[in-house]
Design a protein around this ligand. Structure first.
Ligand code: UD1
Length: 422
């Protein structure tokens, strides 16, 4: 299992290009199931989760032509040859987002079997709302032998559906199914995340009729078929925020490029509240700490446009070394503070109570052996290691490879000292 050895203490200075968004590319790849014509995608990030999605779709019979042998930032997807309608346990257990194929398979082929996603490190993460939404459109759903068996007796039909809880992939699944349903679907309390909007824009490029993306009410007029098309995946706002955090925690001066700052407003406001200087232009953001210690900020996670849960761990790491006390409240996932115990091993002073972390900023962290537990928790350990005195050894970094493209190379390019050990 790969690990990172990180020598801390160097302020990061320079420019980092941001990749395409994992959480947009995954549903967009799943959505290619909806058309039998070729789809050309660009800005697809090179990540383990994307490889898993390609393997999943490939196992169904889809084919992908890559821009080069080794890379797939540009892809031609062709799903006309799909002959199997199943997402097997072996893949779903490594990536919960595999559930995203359920809606598209049902809409195009009228049947699907998807292994029931189990719990994961950050909580139980049920899929009940995905299933209720698809049932509202007329799907018959049973769970047997660990699999969700879904079938459409006649045709999916448009319906009104209200999500009890805002769900990103739930909204995406129901939206993808509704695109080929007969009649009009209205989704209330829909997720407003930019990645949901990106998926809607992709579907619109293929001929779908969707209004209201980015608002809590989505209206979808079903069409009989979708065509092919070309689409560029949006930038990864979580990767962007993580690199800004790397600049901030290391006391550096970092510029990130290829970004869409408007998708990051609340996160940028929190950076500003930490006392860093931000210069924002159309597609790049410069963060300069001017060598000053960060000021602690309070955070409460919430669905978009609130503060993203996927940036919570990174802000806990920054608060751990910031001046002052802070409270970080996690409202989306019940068990998303796995990084706290590891940060404590590096000298952080954090008390956990229920869904809140009470942080007293310390003057310094020290390198230690720590373990990555989930994707964003691992990112927070890398951040802490960048500022820690001495050497930090992070084990199980396969979690990081799921969601960050070449993170150690990008960080080393701007002055970090990270070595991957096989
Ligand atoms: C997506 C993102 C993930 C991010 C999360 C919240 C992808 C591939 N992943 O995950 O990175 O952290 O949004 O922004 O886009 N819930 C239910 N029933 C359901 C579905 C969800 O109760 O059927 C609950 C969840 O337990 C959680 C909340 O709803 O408490 C939000 O989860 P959800 O938005 O669905 O997260 P994901 O779509 O899995």
């Amino acid at each position: 299992m790969d690990s990172f050895i990180i020598k801390g203490g160097t302020p990061l200075v320079g420019t980092v290009p941001i990749s395409g968004a994992k959480n947009a590319a995954l549903p967009i790849l799943a959505a290619t199931i909806l058309t039998d014509e070729p789809v050309y995608l660009s800005n697809v990030p090179q990540l383990q989760d994307i490889s898993t999605m390609l393997e999943l779709l490939g196992g169904m019979g889809a084919t992908f032509e890559r821009s080069s042998e080794a890379a797939y930032t540009e892809l031609k997807a062709q799903t006309s040859s799909i002959f199997r309608y199943q997402a097997p346990y072996e893949l779903v257990k490594t990536m919960r987002a595999s559930i995203l194929v359920l809606g598209p398979l049902l809409a195009r082929f009228g049947k699907a079997q998807v292994s029931f996603p189990g719990g994961c490190a950050i909580g139980s993460r049920p899929v009940d709302l995905h299933l209720k939404g698809l049932q509202a459109l007329g799907a018959d759903i049973t769970v047997e032998g660990g699999y969700i068996h879904a079938a459409v007796p006649d045709k999916l039909r448009g319906a009104q559906f209200t999500f009890d809880v805002v769900s990103v992939t739930g909204t995406e699944n129901v939206m993808m199914a509704a695109v080929l349903a007969e009649g009009t679907t209205v989704i209330h309390n829909a997720a407003c995340e930019p990645e949901v909007v990106d998926l809607a824009n992709f579907l619109i490029t293929l001929g779908a009729q969707i209004r209201g993306a980015g608002t809590p009410h989505l209206t979808i007029e079903g069409v009989t078929r979708l065509g092919g098309g070309e689409y560029r995946v949006m930038m990864d706002r979580i990767e962007a925020g993580t690199f800004l955090a790397a600049g901030a925690i290391s006391g550096g001066d970092l510029t990130i490029t290829d970004v869409e700052p408007h998708a990051m407003n609340v996160v940028l406001e929190k950076f500003a509240a930490m006392g860093v200087e931000l210069s924002v232009s159309a597609n790049q953001i410069r963060l300069n700490t001017k060598g000053k210690r960060l000021k602690a900020v309070d955070i409460t996670t919430a669905p978009f446009p609130g503060f993203p849960t996927d940036m919570q761990a990174q802000f806990v790491a920054m608060n751990a070394v910031a001046k002052g006390r802070s409270t970080v409240v996690e409202t989306i996932f019940e068990n998303r503070f796995m990084h706290v115990q590891e940060l404590a091993r590096m000298g952080a002073d954090i008390k956990l109570q229920g869904n809140s972390a009470y942080i007293a900023g310390v003057a310094k962290l020290t390198g230690a052996p720590v373990m990555a537990t989930d994707l964003r928790a691992s990112a927070s350990l890398v951040l802490a290691a960048l500022v820690a005195e001495g050497e930090t050894h992070i084990d199980r970094i396969y979690h990081i490879d799921r969601g960050y493209e070449r993170i150690e190379l990008k960080l080393n390019d701007v002055g970090a000292h990270i070595q991957r050990q096989k």
